[in-house]
Structures are given as structure tokens and as C-alpha cells.
Design a protein around this ligand. Structure first.
Ligand code: SAM
Length: 331
């Protein structure tokens, strides 16, 4: 059973994104619906069950795990769990995607226990707009935690979903933020995921437009792509401490090089963000007689059918949107 996991399109899977909860303390309009129903607690994978999947994933070539949600830090014991995973798998690259509202008290110990990469979602540079957008008055807390993560030596990326008519007027503030802080500020194109998100074709602020408009505000130079560049196109800012970048899942998909698998909080494996096809791992993990060899066979089988998601994305954007929101899938 040993050997790297290669899918039906010749792509290797090396990156697992794990959603540890579907709960979030924010109510971002495009991400979580108002009438949210949550997965019952008993159906959420326990930490030791997530570890079982990570064990198997490592055997088949996964070398990077990103924890996400919902908001991972609202799940009880998450910081402790991260520490445990860091100690147990020192060769894994560990990362977290967070809204950075409740990470504060954990930053120092996580920095010394192997968490080197934090992606912080922040869609606006304006306090009032933040409150309006998320339903919580936590803008200053987030900025403070960005600074503290940087000071603790972590690689910090600030991710903003670029939405025409919502935050496109804030490009100067974002560019200024990247100029003054040693962080990558990255705009992600708004994707047609979930219902009642307000998505429509004209709400997509395209990467091309963002780069052009940012180029009018600052002297940008395309940054070299490092080994761990991911799908973002980054630009250095002359005389700036940080960089600005774009991720284009909508206008310039990167499905041909996609190395990702996703594990949802209820234990479903998704091989593609834009496909509703899931593989139910929880019932295997909780089965009294099935062992990790079965889990491995199912994951390998799932990967063999991993689609080229852009075809699905285009179909969706024409005929409606994907029914599952990012908060449930794990962003
Ligand atoms: N709570 C964590 C956070 O705030 O980063 C992790 C979960 S959140 C769902 C992960 C990311 O997904 C956020 O950056 C969010 O902005 C992004 N996201 C949610 N819905 C999206 C959409 N329709 N298009 C693009 N990005 C989206």
C-alpha cells in the first residue's frame, strides 16, 4: 500500500485541509447563512479520529496539513490539539486558517510548538464595515493578533475575498497595510459557493483588475515563485515590508496542479472544492472491525476520481451555485 497518491489526472496529493468544526463566531454574509443548522456534536470527528486520517494521509504522501473551519479556535481544545499534532508529526508542515478573533491567548505557545504559518481572513480595513460584515466588533482584536503573530515569528498571510461593490474601494488601504507590515496580503476571487451569498458575475473582482488597480497605487514587481508558492501570484511593493497578491479560482483556475484533499468536520473526504461528491470516512473510522488499511484504500479510490473542478465551477456559475457553504466545507 505504500507510495505517493497520484490521481487520475496525474496530480500528486500532498496537502490536506482539515475542517475541525462547522461553527464560527462570525456571520460573514457571503460565507454563513442566517438560518444555519449545525452538525450535531456526535457527528463531528473527535480529535483522535482526525489524527487517524492524518496518519493514513501521511502514508500516502501528504506533507502539509492546514486546519480550518468554521473557526478552528472556537472548538474546545483546538490549541492543545495543534500542539499535540506538532509534537507527533514533526515532519509535517502545519498551518491554520483563522479569523484571528480568539487566537490571541494561544499565539506564543503555538509559535514555539511548530505552528509556523497562519492565514488570517480579513475582508476589510474599516472597523465599521467589519462589524457590519461579520456581526462582531472585533476589528481591533484581529489587527492586534496579526501583529502578534508576526512578532512571534510566524509567516502571516492576510486573505481578503475581493467583492466588487463591497471592498473594492478599499484597495488603497490594503496596499498601505502590505506596505507597512511584513505580511502577504492576498485577494481571493469571490467564488459561487453556497446559496444566498450575494454572488453574481458582476460581484467578482477579478485578479486581473486587482493587479492593474494596485499597480496604479504602488510600484509592484512580480515576486519569484518559491517552492511553497501555492496558487497565489505575489507582487513585491517597492519600499514595502509586505507583498500583495491574488488568487484566481474563478478566472484562472489552478485545477491542473491541484494537490489538495479536504476533510470536513463530520468526516467526509472531498477531493474537489467544487464537487459535491463526498466519501464518508467517519463510518469507516467508527466501524468496530475496519482498520486503517480500509481507510487508506478508500482515500486512494477517492483520489483516483478527483475531477477537474473548473468544469463544475463554470456549470454552477451559469446555472446557480453550489449548495454547501464554505463554513461547512472548510475554507
Ligand atoms: N474561520 C476561518 C477564517 O475566517 O479564515 C476559516 C474558515 S473561512 C470559511 C476560510 C476562508 O474562506 C475565508 O478567507 C473566507 O473569506 C473564504 N471564503 C468563504 N466563502 C468564500 C467564497 N464564496 N469565495 C471565496 N472565498 C470564500
Amino acid at each position: 500500500m505504500a507510495g505517493k497518491l497520484i490521481d487520475g489526472h496525474g496530480r500528486a496529493a500532498s496537502y490536506l485541509r482539515v475542517s475541525v468544526t462547522d461553527r464560527c463566531n462570525l456571520l460573514c454574509r457571503y460565507c454563513a447563512s442566517k438560518e444555519r443548522t449545525f452538525i450535531p456534536h456526535d457527528d463531528i470527528l473527535r480529535y483522535e479520529e482526525i489524527t487517524e486520517v492524518i496518519e493514513v494521509a501521511r502514508r500516502i504522501g501528504i506533507d502539509k496539513v492546514r486546519f480550518t473551519g468554521g473557526e478552528p479556535f472556537v472548538r474546545k481544545g483546538f490549541a492543545d490539539y495543534l500542539e499535540q499534532i506538532g509534537a507527533r508529526f514533526p515532519d509535517l508542515t502545519l498551518a491554520v486558517t483563522t479569523n484571528a478573533t480568539v487566537i490571541g491567548k494561544h499565539i506564543d505557545r503555538l509559535a514555539v510548538s511548530g505552528l509556523s504559518r497562519v492565514n488570517i481572513s480579513l475582508d476589510t480595513m474599516d472597523r465599521d464595515r467589519y462589524r457590519h460584515m461579520t456581526g462582531r466588533d472585533l476589528f481591533d482584536v484581529v489587527l492586534e493578533n496579526v501583529r502578534r503573530c508576526v512578532d512571534a515569528g510566524m509567516t502571516v498571510k492576510v486573505n481578503a475575498v475581493g467583492v466588487r461593490g463591497f471592498n473594492d474601494d478599499e484597495l488603497p488601504a490594503f496596499v498601505e497595510f502590505a506596505r507597512q507590515n511584513p505580511v502577504d496580503v492576498r485577494f481571493i476571487e469571490f467564488m459561487p459557493i453556497g446559496t444566498d451569498t450575494g454572488w453574481n458575475e458582476s460581484s467578482v473582482w477579478t485578479s486581473k483588475d486587482i493587479v492593474r488597480e494596485a499597480g496604479e497605487l504602488a510600484d509592484l514587481a512580480p515576486a519569484e515563485r518559491g517552492a511553497d508558492a501555492g496558487p497565489a501570484n505575489m507582487f513585491a511593493i517597492r519600499d514595502g515590508k509586505g507583498r500583495i497578491g491574488v488568487i484566481s479560482p474563478y478566472t484562472n483556475h489552478f485545477c491542473g496542479t491541484c494537490n489538495r484533499l479536504r476533510l470536513t468536520s463530520e468526516g467526509n473526504l472531498r477531493t474537489c472544492l467544487f464537487s459535491d461528491k463526498v466519501f464518508h470516512l467517519r463510518k469507516i473510522i467508527r466501524h468496530p472491525t475496519l482498520d486503517s488499511g480500509v481507510l487508506e484504500r478508500v482515500i486512494r479510490g477517492a483520489l483516483r476520481s478527483k475531477p477537474i473542478g473548473n468544469d463544475l465551477l463554470l456549470a454552477r456559475s451559469r446555472g446557480g451555485v453550489c449548495s454547501t457553504k464554505m463554513a461547512s466545507i472548510g475554507g
